[in-house]
Design a protein around this ligand. Structure first.
Ligand SMILES: Nc1ncnc2c1ncn2[C@@H]1O[C@H](COP(=O)(O)OP(=O)(O)O)[C@@H](O)[C@H]1O
Ligand SMILES: [Mg+2]
Length: 244
């Protein structure tokens, strides 16, 4: 899926949150968004998902205008938003329920790989915040949509689990082609996972800088950590994020 955002503007209670935002994500590409908190990243995902309608600008998916339309992409919100009355398995199943019969084998496989097999029959309130976040992540992965919009998907995880989930995501992407838009606060995570990184300005949000990651995609990229090029890129991104 090719996503194109053209001149997108959104005002919330007279305050411009997003102004003239312009970017695109190519089919199969992994693009990360990093920017100050409160700059409007989550709001952008509400707009892409059709929960809000922009006051100006256009959102195109494979060339088709989708402003204000829902159901075109898989979206993982910043808060897990699980349904409290459904078990973990039934929460994950939700993504498939809408489109086709449940693929139990695949769902159980995903739960197992995310370390959640033992809690599949439990309810959300019985899980830690980090586990709930992994459930929401799998729910997005299990969807049939090609385009995944992930809003700080690993933000609530401890460092070790986060590393494991990053590696798992990289290995999944070697098996199946997906187009990904990924919000993160971590420069390291953005370098590890992305083809391209968009650095966003403080509110009203627009793309301030754009950086192509110069390392081959895949699990081997991890080995480039700590090399001169990696550290140079990391410093460059840090400087871009510093308030001016
Ligand atoms: N439903 C809403 N309720 C409150 N504020 C909102 C809402 N929608 C958009 N906003 C505005 O969007 C701004 C950016 O928030 P958000 O998108 O969550 O930023 P980020 O995800 O980059 O931290 C907020 O400061 C707020 O003014
Ligand atoms: Mg946010």
């Amino acid at each position: 899926m090719k996503l194109e955002v053209k001149g997108l503007s959104f005002t919330y209670e007279q305050r411009p949150v997003i102004q003239g935002l312009h970017f695109s994500v190519q089919d199969g590409e992994f693009v990360s968004l990093i920017g100050p908190s409160g700059s409007g990243k989550s709001t952008l995902f509400y707009l892409l998902g059709g929960l809000y309608r922009p006051q100006a600008g256009e959102i195109h998916l494979n060339g088709r205008l989708i402003n204000g339309e829902r159901g075109h992409l898989a979206y993982m919100p910043q808060q897990p938003s699980l349904m409290p009355w459904r078990t973990i398995f039934d929460n994950v199943r939700l993504a498939q329920e809408l489109t086709r019969r449940t693929d139990r084998v695949r769902l159980n496989q995903l739960l197992k790989e995310a370390g959640l097999a033992e809690v599949a029959r439990r309810y959300p309130h019985e899980l830690s915040g980090g586990m709930q976040q992994r459930v929401a992540f799998i729910r997005a992965l299990a969807s049939d949509h090609d385009l995944l919009c992930l809003d700080e998907p690993f933000g609530a995880l401890d460092a070790l689990t986060r590393t494991r989930m990053q590696k798992w995501l990289l290995s999944l992407l070697e098996q199946e082609r997906r187009t990904i838009l990924f919000i993160t606060h971590s420069i390291e995570e953005a370098i590890l996972l992305s083809d391209r990184i968009l650095v966003l300005s403080p509110s009203p949000m627009k793309v301030a800088q754009e950086v192509a990651v110069p390392f081959a995609r895949g699990q081997e990229r991890d080995e480039r950590r700590g090399t001169k090029e990696w550290i140079r890129l990391q410093r460059e991104l840090e400087a871009m994020l510093l308030p001016t």
